[in-house]
Design a protein around this ligand. Structure first.
Ligand code: NAD
Ligand code: UDP
Length: 314
């Protein structure tokens, strides 16, 4: 049995990771300040004596003896990370420093949930890990993008200078059950709008692309990455390479929900990346043939069922 700390454990991805690692017989400590996370996502785990929950902000140091740390604490949706940009930077940078310090003192292995936002609005398509990216350092997304880029630098430097056992994964757009209805990201927005026959809000002309990964595929990739040998630190892309335009996504969701919604076109937010698709060859090679198992149709159906339940409860 390993003792594992998950920062951001009450969030969308973190709550799935807590559940999976507990089910595998580990002791799991979930640390969260509930900025975008909710106790309701982890309440069903609280009867398990091997699960602990700590209300704490990663911008402040925290000490605990653990074997592994998954560092997920950080709002991921543009509307949430732009709400308080300075806090977002502090969460990424001070959070990384505090958790790396903990890993250094305890000898724990630590995995950073980095992001495809490292690549900004990419000029190289699909994006391999060796691409340095195309990020506006002073734009509205920079608090998130540059915060995560600085965190990657900290991870690499703690490894080089202090022998900390680090792992970096770059996560591409992930969706699934346990997303918050007010999350603001595209999949949850479109599904909720479609289920309620409300207008579907397409930003820009809807021709920008994303590649959507179902959450269980991400969790599998994270755990495989944590279990690689110490000489492989990444970064490694974890995402589903099948690429869609936002218009295709909207039409797909309308069809699956048999919705009467209309499409409405709204201004494209500043610096919105025009395309995004992971090159996952490195993940396949290093993570024992890891590749996504759930395609968009199947993943959307599961996510639609979840949001139907949420709507019926309210
Ligand atoms: P989320 O917003 O649902 O979860 C983030 C969690 O971190 C929440 O529980 C929140 O309360 C917590 N948190 C935020 N600031 C904190 C702080 N200062 N101290 C302690 N806890 C704090 O987002 P998510 O989709 O679950 O993303 C999890 C991680 O994965 C994030 O680091 C995100 O950047 C990364 N990521 C996610 C995606 C995606 O598509 N879901 C893509 C790329 C990267
Ligand atoms: N988007 C959209 N309508 C919405 C929400 C988002 O058209 O209601 C678009 C957004 O402009 C972006 C894409 O969907 O091009 C993905 O947005 P999301 O916020 O989910 O993630 P990110 O931009 O961080 O990849």
């Amino acid at each position: 049995m390993k003792r594992i700390l998950i920062t951001g454990g009450a969030g969308f991805v973190g709550s799935h990771l807590c559940e999976r690692l507990l089910n595998e017989g580990n002791e799991v400590i979930c640390l969260d300040n509930y900025f975008t996370g909710r106790k309701s996502k982890i309440v069903h785990l609280m009867d398990n004596p091997f699960f602990e929950v700590i209300r704490h902000d990663v911008t402040m140091p925290y000490f605990i003896e653990v074997d592994e740390i998954y560092n997920l604490a950080c709002p991921a949706s543009p509307i949430h990370y732009q709400q308080n940009p300075i806090k977002t930077i502090k969460t990424s940078v001070l959070g990384a420093i505090n958790m790396l310090g903990l890993a250094k003192r305890t000898g724990a292995k630590i995995l950073q949930a980095s992001t495809s936002e490292i690549y900004g609005d990419p000029e190289l398509h699909p994006q391999p890990e060796h691409y340095w990216g195309h990020v506006n350092p002073i734009g509205i997304r920079s608090c998130y993008d540059e915060g995560k880029r600085c965190a990657e630098s900290l991870f690499v430097n703690y490894h080089e200078s202090n022998d900390v056992r680090v792992k970096i994964i770059r996560i591409f757009n992930t969706y699934g059950p346990k997303m918050e209805p007010d999350d603001g990201r595209v999949v949850s927005n479109f599904i909720l709008q479609a289920l309620q026959n409300k207008d579907i809000t397409i930003f820009g002309d809807g021709m920008q692309t994303r590649s959507f990964q179902y959450v269980s595929d991400l969790v599998e990739g994270m755990i495989r990455m944590m279990n690689t040998t110490d000489d492989f630190i990444g970064p490694v892309n974890i995402g589903n390479p099948t690429e869609f335009t936002m218009l295709e996504l909207a039409k797909n969701i309308i069809q699956l929900t048999q919705s009467k919604s209309n499409l409405v076109y709204m201004p494209l937010p500043e610096d919105d990346p025009s395309q995004r698709q992971p090159d996952i060859r490195l993940a396949k090679e290093k993570l024992n043939g890891w590749e996504p198992q759930i395609d968009l149709q199947e993943g959307l159906k599961k996510t639609i069922s979840y949001f139907k339940e949420i709507i019926s409860e309210n």
